[in-house]
Design a protein around this ligand. Structure first.
Ligand code: SAM
Length: 245
């Protein structure tokens, strides 16, 4: 398969990523449901369960590439509307959808939104109790930079959690998944949304992302301790955890 973005250098990747999310911001949730057959909801709930945010108003979470607020809202709910979540995203369109939603759901005091790059976080060292990122890190041009920024802004004792599409480790499921992602998704995307390109980009970015073990090694290389991961749905998604000790 060659979709034309294989050879895109890190520096040129961000504008393309931004264009994709500009295009899909308003129908982003529908797209998520459709691409993951609704499973992203289950995986996100599992992520927040693993985080297990305490019911404390001084518990501060940074949700990077937080888009329309999906993870942040779950964290706030899981903490009994006590914790505070900062949603950071490079894309203003995605944040605009999130901001509207937060207001509608009455999360005004619990959530705020920051437009910035995961590679250069606009926060001092040791600021947050937890750093979460869901289906975001594979879009960041230089992953190692995002990881070292995550480490920097976490307080000592802080938790890093990353949910991302990963390598399917079940023999039959991997074939079905290949077919689903490379053949079906771009076609259905074109039929439903009128465009195949954003969907092709997303599928291609999943394919290029490091596997579970390699990604765990990158997290450890950024300074994190006790790095572990869990697979969901045979590895279609994986959740990596690490601690700043
Ligand atoms: N976390 C949300 C979720 O799980 O529903 C949104 C995930 S969406 C697939 C990926 C998000 O990453 C987009 O909102 C996009 O704008 C954001 N993004 C891409 N590159 C980024 C960067 N360099 N820094 C911060 N956010 C970025």
């Amino acid at each position: 398969h060659s979709f034309g973005f294989r050879a895109v250098a890190a520096a040129d990747k961000q504008p393309m990523v931004n264009e994709v999310f500009d295009k899909v911001a308003r129908r982003y949730d529908v797209m998520n449901d459709f691409m993951s057959a609704g499973l992203h909801r289950v995986w996100k709930d599992a992520m927040v369960t693993w985080l297990n945010p305490p019911k404390r108003p001084d518990y501060l979470v940074l949700d990077v590439a937080g888009g329309t607020g999906d993870i942040a809202f779950r964290i706030v709910e899981a903490s009994g509307r006590q914790a505070h979540a900062t949603v950071l995203d490079i894309n203003g369109e995605m944040l605009a959808v999130g901001t509207e939603r937060a207001a509608k759901r009455g999360y005004g005091d619990n959530v705020d939104f920051v437009e910035a790059n995961a590679q250069e976080l606009p926060f001092p060292d040791d600021s947050f109790d937890a750093y979460t990122i869901a289906f975001g890190i594979r879009n960041v041009p230089v992953i190692a930079k995002a990881l070292s920024e995550a480490f920097r802004v976490l307080k000592p004792g802080g938790r890093f959690l990353c949910l991302e599409f990963s390598d399917v480790e079940m023999p039959l499921l991997d074939r079905a998944y290949e077919f689903w992602s490379f053949e079906a998704i771009p076609r259905i995307g074109r039929a439903v949304a009128g465009e195949a390109e954003p969907y092709r980009y997303l599928v291609e970015s999943i394919r290029k992302f490091p596997n579970q073990r390699d990604f765990a090694a990158m997290i450890a290389a950024a300074g994190f301790d006790r790095v572990t991961f869990r697979n969901y749905t045979g590895g279609i998604a994986a959740l990596h955890s690490g601690w700043k000790l």
